[in-house]
Ligand binder design. Structure first.
Ligand SMILES: *Cc1c(COP(=O)(O)O)cnc(C)c1O
Length: 370
């Protein structure tokens, strides 16, 4: 699905130097590269505060802890997402309220979210699934009207843009009250282990999240809040500093691969290509097709030809066993169920060449010929 070896080979000297410098300094925790990377990411995202943490799941948890939510408070989220998004809601004893997604953009829409709002709703989590921004402008208006903060799950969307009606552009993850991201190796900006970050423009929220991520302390051994221990290793920060310089180039490579796939499949009666919304600059964390018939047969066919294909995600969150008796479902989840049976993600990374793309595309098309 992802070729990280070739990607590393191309930038080996600078990565190796960055790693060696950290080892030489022996500052493995909270070393200088952590602050440097946070500052670089602030500049890249054009956001006031970036707080590095241990992974994307922690980022979501720290964000929700910073909002002082009480047990039973409702948090609106998609069911068609990675499990971590909703797991954290349940872990904090909050109540997930699942809404359906648009079947072609795979993301939540303002109209569905509004129907799910009650007096108990305390946060909304738009997920920029597969690398395409949620339609944020109407959601921001809704958030303002009801005074409910948005926490963006930007784990798959880093580097992407949201384009407002007046053509103003903002980076995904910087539109809501808080943005969360992951540096898991296969994510668009991946490190060589686990990593994550939270960002916000608000000073007070930033201070609080910094404290929560650090055992609730500002001053060492004086604990003001119940927090967690969630840090980005110095080694990972140093690696991320190098890779951040290549993020835009990596995104271009992903978009080029996506265009190749688009051309191959756009006229096929049984395949729907991922919709590109006018309001988004898609960074293609995943390239996900909708196939009308025999999706699982297609997965098998690709595997037989040594092509990895993945289903993101086969079971929607509201139907996971762990969620039995928890949370609330609004509406019929028709699109979520429909997609779970039809989506298939093809190999997508920064090192795909035309020959590989042609082989993958032909193998997909051949499946539908007989
Ligand atoms: C990867 C991912 C996460 C969690 O990130 P980790 O770093 O693996 O904890 C959360 N939400 C979404 C949508 C993701 O894709």
């Amino acid at each position: 699905m992802v070729d990280l070896k070739v990607q590393y080979q191309k930038i080996k000297p600078s990565i190796d130097r960055a790693i060696q410098d950290v080892v030489d300094s022996a500052a493995f925790i909270n070393g200088k590269p952590v602050v440097e990377f946070a500052t670089e990411l602030e500049e890249y995202l054009k956001v006031n505060h970036v707080i590095p943490c241990a992974n994307g799941t922690d980022a979501l948890q720290i964000a929700m802890m910073a909002l002082d939510l009480q047990p039973g408070d409702e948090v609106i989220c998609p069911s068609f997402t990675y499990y971590a998004t909703v797991e954290v809601i349940a872990l904090l004893k909050l109540s997930p309220v699942f809404v359906d997604v648009n079947p072609y953009t795979f993301t939540i829409e303002c109209s569905e979210v509004e129907k799910a709002i009650t007096s108990k709703t305390k946060a909304i989590i738009p997920v920029h699934l597969y690398g395409q921004s949620v339609d944020m402008e109407p959601l921001l208006a809704l958030s303002h009207t009801y005074s409910i903060p948005l926490i963006e799950d930007n784990a798959q969307g880093i580097g992407g843009n949201y384009i407002f009606q007046d053509k103003k552009i903002k980076k995904t993850g910087t539109l809501g009250a808080i943005g969360c991201t992951s540096f898991f190796p296969s994510k668009n900006l991946g490190c060589y282990g686990d990593g994550g970050a939270i960002c916000t423009d608000d000073q007070e929220t930033a201070d609080k999240m910094r404290m929560i991520a650090n055992h609730g302390q500002k001053e060492r051994y004086y604990h003001e809040l119940i927090g967690v221990n969630s840090r980005l290793d110095t080694l990972q920060a140093a690696i991320l500093s190098v890779k951040l310089n290549y993020l835009d180039e990596y995104i271009k490579a992903r978009r080029k691969a996506a265009e190749f796939y688009d051309q191959a499949f756009c006229n096929h009666p049984q395949i729907t290509i991922p919709q590109r919304a006018a309001y988004a600059y898609h960074v293609f964390h995943q390239y996900t097709l909708i196939v009308e018939k025999n999706r699982d047969g297609l997965v098998k066919h690709l595997q037989e030809h040594n092509i990895p294909a993945m289903i993101y995600y086969p079971v929607p969150c509201h139907q996971q066993r762990a969620f039995k008796g928890r949370g609330k479902v609004t509406g019929d989840m028709k699109n979520t169920m429909w997609l779970s049976d039809r989506v298939i993600s093809l190999p997508m990374h920064t090192e795909l060449d035309d020959e590989q793309l042609a082989f993958i595309s032909e193998t997909v098309l051949n499946f539908f010929k007989n």
